[in-house]
Design a protein around this ligand. Sequence first.
Ligand code: AMP
Length: 293
Amino acid sequence: VTPSVVSTVAEMSAWSEEVRARGERIAFVPTMGALHAGHVALLHAAREHLPRDTGRVVLSVFVNPTQFGPAEDLARYPRDLQGDLAIAAPAGIDAVFAPTPVEMYPPHHQTTVRVAELEQGMCGATRPGHFVGVATVVCKLFNIIRPHVAIFGEKDFQQLAVIRRMVVDLNMPVQVVGMPTVREPDGLAMSSRNRYLDPDQRERALSLSRALFATRARSAAGERDVASLLAGAQALLAGVVDRLEYLELRDAETLAPLTSMGERPAVLAVAAFIGKTRLIDNVRLGPAAAEPR
Ligand code: AMP
């Protein structure tokens, strides 16, 4: 069955209202399109979070302009709705919300959502306004689609933390589910931006996951010295990536910077440029993180 593609807020809201009036649940996966197996895993998880044989899965495809900085890749971000439908349909989706920018941000739009502390540092440090754009669009999508459950990837670890905080702070009646990062067979985290990479860059992009995995292995083997863990990872990236933006060890729940490895789950996160392409990745370290995922 081809899912219905909905492009207006009014139509999407009416669709959701009808589903809810029947007493059915809605599971939602927000994306910017250019779908890959990571997104498909979120769609399958969405279905699994609905009662058997009932409920509806909604996918949104919207390249949100407000989360891009002026020098970022908004204009060249890959857009291919037909291709996305072909990739998403086998996962069994019921509706696709694909609005235009002006439908989401009509003239005089001026309200934003800011998660003040979690937006600091990591990606927030070099992408000012990014997480305001993310939180605002996700809030709007939640209000339009009114999902019972929404699925996000841990690939965007800080984003997931921001969304979780927003939902708690603003009392949004949505269950937020985070899913592990889906990787290429060689370890590269799947990303819509991987298609920007030429063969040499694709090879060098592997250094991110390799550095993270090697560091996780050292941590699992008992290395507790944060400076040493970070230095080891840095050495694996130096001279391979074109610019290391950050490499940080943080508390996996609060995102507070860690100076020592203790009993709390940690996340090792990296952002680096390969050519003009900015890539991010992360792995969990510490308790319950020994298993590769
Ligand atoms: P995007 O369209 O890339 O902005 O991402 C839409 C959703 O897919 C977000 O929740 C991302 O965290 C998630 N996602 C992106 N890449 C992956 C991946 N490799 N594995 C799992 N989830 C992902």
